[in-house]
Design a protein around this ligand. Sequence first.
Ligand SMILES: [Zn+2]
Ligand SMILES: [Zn+2]
Length: 280
Amino acid sequence: MITLQNLHTHSQWCDGKNGVEELLLNAMEQGFDSVGFSGHSPMFYAPEHGIAEGDVQGYIADVRTMKDKYRGQMEVFCGIELDLYSRLDLEPYDYIIGSVHYLKIHGEYVGFDRNAATVKSVIDTYFGGDGLAYAKAYYQTLATLPTRGRIDVVGHFDLITKHAENVSFFDEDSPAYRRLALEAIEALLPKAPLFEINTGAIARGYRTTPYPSAFLLREIQQRGGGIIISSDCHDMHRLGQSFGDAIALARECGFTHTHVLTEQGFVPISLNDMERKLKA
Ligand SMILES: [Zn+2]
Ligand SMILES: [Zn+2]
């Protein structure tokens, strides 16, 4: 039975630090019983940030080879972190994490998953300095993820709050902001019922708490949505980064279960089981 799994994992095929095999060996030492790789999909508008077009088959083959090699010791899955505007056949992958890192504005692809100064310049240049208009563009874009086909997990739902502990571009507690986020949750839930609790920004020093905010997680829970817990790993030593905090946050927001991917698809597992494995 899989109880400790990370499905949001980047390797050297995109912008991660580690090779697939060394990461798996390290994951076993850390007590994980399953890892899914979610390389950034090739982005013609940002080739340096995704898997190279010509490397897609190599990536899949590498992960599948390791899946066979470590069968019985570690359950390995081959997924992709799909950026909304990537042109990619989704058929070969075991699961799809759908994410928005770019906004399409007047035909231009504008990256905002950057440092705070860049975000400020995006808001000034494209939204007349109006942070709420930026939030609106993000959530309305995110809500269209299912138009790409199968999306199993919504990645870092409120990614635009990455810098909120240091710089305020909009008021996360305002009814106007919350309405925008809730509209996106309602649009996504029927087609992408799993949202990730993502601890990646903690590993990289941007935040002290995971995405999404407790308010939004409670709303997801009350609307019948599910969760997975993931570290958006770019460094194998941080594969289980703050999983304990994510479990505590999930409980605080009313969840008793998270989900893991198995050969039979996604199944719920109790937070207690994951926590027990984490502490073992
Ligand atoms: Zn991402
Ligand atoms: Zn990622």
